[in-house]
Design a protein around this ligand. Structure first.
Ligand SMILES: NC(=O)c1ccc[n+]([C@@H]2O[C@H](COP(=O)([O-])OP(=O)(O)OC[C@H]3O[C@@H](n4cnc5c(N)ncnc54)[C@H](O)[C@@H]3O)[C@@H](O)[C@H]2O)c1
Length: 264
């Protein structure tokens, strides 16, 4: 449909072909966008990131999203590549060292929790602040970050990622006021269904969560590709007046208490 014809964007978080960011990158290119991909040095070396970037013929830049120096360099390189400002950014970054080390929510290591919050939430603020300072985004540009319903309602097993997602959503609103009123740039979060990815597989009981959520949601779980299609509409000019929202993309899960399939 060439929804993104003429647009240029930065996509974070492509680790492998299961990554939600990979579906977004592929779809954005299909819709006519030019993109740049970025991930950490480790992901670029050990994941499929370099191969996938080559498949799309787009540059791959290295940046740890918790490092202001890296973000500074990333935004400069992206602007240099595009020859100026760009139009959209996908924040698709999350991990919890506490979950990886099997620390329960009632027995958290606080220095690891600091890392969870830094990687999964503050990285959005750092990214926005860098983009804003360098005036890197075009007017009516769009930033989308991915979140999960555990930010709003308790979901057992999601651990300190729930706190990180609540912070991510708050940053979206608070930076959204500034970026919207001063530069007409919009910032939203998309609250996606549980999805079988590398980050998702770290959550305790993920298989059961996928099945339960699929039963409760009247439309079933939204896939990574469904998410990509939705995110690309948010990058497009058809959603220019949407900002500072947490947009549920979950087959109706968030507003369902009981569905026929969940009764069984
Ligand atoms: N999978 C799900 O069930 C689900 C549901 C809702 C929201 N989300 C969110 O979607 C986003 C993408 O996750 P995914 O499920 O596609 O998994 P994924 O593992 O493919 O993606 C996570 C990405 O974060 C990157 N990352 C980690 N630390 C980083 C750092 N310091 N700097 C830069 N990048 C870093 C990883 O390299 C990886 O590419 C995350 O924010 C996740 O919380 C996932």
């Amino acid at each position: 449909m060439e929804l993104l014809k003429g647009k240029k964007g930065l996509i974070t978080g492509v680790l492998n072909d299961k990554s939600i960011a990979w579906a977004v990158a592929r779809t954005a290119v299909q819709e006519g966008a030019q993109i740049v991909m970025t991930n950490t040095a480790v992901a670029n070396r050990l994941g499929q990131t370099a191969n996938l970037a080559a498949q799309l013929g787009c540059p791959l830049f290295e940046a740890d999203a918790t490092s202001l120096e890296d973000l500074d360099r990333l935004v400069d390189s992206t602007m240099e590549h595009f020859g100026g400002k760009f139009d959209f950014v996908l924040h698709s970054i999350g991990t919890s060292p506490n979950i990886r080390k099997h620390r329960a929510y009632s027995d958290l290591d606080y220095s690891l929790m600091g890392k969870t919050l830094d990687i999964s939430a503050l990285s959005l603020h750092k990214m926005l602040q860098t983009l804003y300072r360098k005036d890197a985004l075009n007017e009516w540009g769009s930033v989308v970050a991915l979140t999960y319903i555990a930010a709003d309602r308790a979901v057992c097993g999601y651990n300190d990622m729930a706190d990180a997602k609540a912070l991510l959503q708050s940053i979206t609103r608070n930076f959204g006021v500034i970026y919207g009123s001063e530069r007409h740039v919009r910032i939203n979060t998309v609250s996606q269904s549980p999805t079988a990815t590398t980050a998702g597989s770290g959550i305790e009981g993920m298989e059961k969560m996928l099945e339960w959520s699929n039963r409760v949601s009247p439309l079933g779980n939204a896939s990574a590709q469904d998410c990509a299609d939705y995110v690309c509409t948010l990058f497009s000019d058809y959603t220019r007046m949407v900002t500072m929202q947490n947009l549920y993309h979950d087959g109706g899960f968030s507003t369902t208490a009981l569905s026929p399939a969940s009764m069984e």
